[in-house]
Ligand binder design. Sequence first.
Ligand code: UDP
Ligand code: MG
Length: 343
Amino acid sequence: MGGLKKVSTLHDVALSVVVPCYNERDGIDELYRRVTEACRKQTGHSYEIVLVNDGSTDGTRDAIFALAATDSRIVGIDLARNYGHQIALSAGLEFCRGERILILDADLQDPPELLGDLMGKMDEGFDVVYGQRLEREGESWFKLATASAFYRVLRRMVDVDIAPNTGDFRLMSRRALDHLNAMPERYRFIRGMVSWIGLRQVAFPYRRHRRFAGTTHYPLRKMILLAMDAMTSFSIAPLRFASHLGLAFGLMGFLTLGYTLISWAVGSVLPGWTSLAAIILILGSVQLMVLGIFGEYLGRMYMEAKRRPLYIVNEIAAHGTAGTEAALPVHRLQKLVKEAVRA
Ligand code: UDP
Ligand code: MG
């Protein structure tokens, strides 16, 4: 950890705001204005805003790099393609260098003006102050219902305490973030990983607003994928469920066997094709389901075993410069930080 201290004191800032951005062009300028204002109020000039472009197709990258060219407090990171929200966020978290770190969405659903309150809470000695949504404006009943069902199931299955109605909106201390960054896994459910760390964490209730511009990038398909990441990376309960299911059906089979034997003994054997077919169908589908659960974990182990990097950076714009030349030192710095964390 000694090496890490040296690296981070090179250019410490009091606060980093990390924002993953995917097709958010229409919101970037407003985001910049409001986040800058909030940061100025809280930290004077000791802050940076890390904007990660996650392979957008709408000119978000240019909007970010234009800001970085005029304001040295903007760090623009352009990823090589769309890696998804949690990976884009991880990239920003690895590059940022603040003493405290605020995670924010680009769509301004979580108001940056709450920064002061979050900072105040952290001053009381907390390592993580996580936003907990009291109300969510402009979300469909379907999203609300599925989200709440998801948290209910997750909390029953998982041994770490993941608070309901939280997103990634949170303020973290540097020591908590260093622990998060040291977790190498590929399937990342960041709010769960942060809870797993422990230390002193506290909820901060707030009202979530509607999007400033654009539409959600979490359609049902992605929500299901995130839910699967959350379940499989924090729990082996589904694997256990497989054996419970096997046990239940074994018991049923045993009872049926008893019934068949008795029928045979009293000599009332029926053709019984229907029941036979039903049993085969049910057992067949249960076996396939169990295999599917096994496969889900196996596939994830295979992907993890490859140990590929989580993401590739195309270009970085930092401190008023843009282009790959400027990217080099930052990249080295990142490598240094990673090695220091591992050591
Ligand atoms: N996002 C991203 N990559 C993606 C999808 C989303 O970086 O592939 C970003 C997006 O720009 C936003 C944040 O992740 O800043 C949350 O996404 P969104 O607002 O669409 O999700 P919701 O708030 O509807 O759950
Ligand atoms: Mg959003």
